[in-house]
Design a protein around this ligand. Sequence first.
Ligand code: SAM
Length: 209
Amino acid sequence: MAQKDVGNKVPIYKLKETKEVMDFYDEWGLDNKYDKDMVEWNYTGPKETAEVFNKHQKEKDINIYDAGCGTGLVGVELKKYGFTNFFGADLSQKLLDLVPNNLYKKLDKVDLNKPIKEKDDQYDALMCVGTFTFGHVKPPALDEFIRITKNKGLICFTINEGIYEEYGFDKKIKQLKNENKWKEIEFFKSDYIASKDVNAWLGLYEVTK
Ligand SMILES: C[S@@+](CC[C@H](N)C(=O)[O-])C[C@H]1O[C@@H](n2cnc3c(N)ncnc32)[C@H](O)[C@@H]1O
């Protein structure tokens, strides 16, 4: 798969280390440039995932963990469907500082490649949008996502098509299915950043542990 991607000054696919990723996003947040670029590029990840999530999640008063929430674009989209209880986690404090006031109940600076400091079965559902991409969060995070999500809870995510196989997300998803940790509800190629010819797999899985 060609390393098609986008970024701020340098393309995202050049990022390797966690510190590089953090600095990259901290800088991208300056003058709200991240949000401005997402509008300009017609980044549809948050909108597409919120739509799919809403289709399968009828109860609105649930606690949703937003893994790699950035500036809160997923919360903004989910709120349009009536969801209100968001708990955000991200590596970039600068992006967390740009989340609209009172949109999220809690915002934590977290490295999702490490064990997440949350109890087992803490959340009713989990979203992870735009965060499985080059140099960002790796497949083992899915074990943690399942651990902190309640049984029968939904996990909705995107995976940049350029790393899906290269990083082993294909194998990890299959392994979790084979181990009956989750059940596939939706899985398809989404638009994501179609204006830049970058697409992503969009998955919605029900935890069955
Ligand atoms: C493309 S942005 C997506 C942000 C948001 N979910 C959205 O859709 O606008 C990717 C996010 O992943 C975060 N990120 C990258 N590596 C991370 C890590 N190891 N732990 C937590 N967050 C990380 C970045 O800080 C950034 O906010």
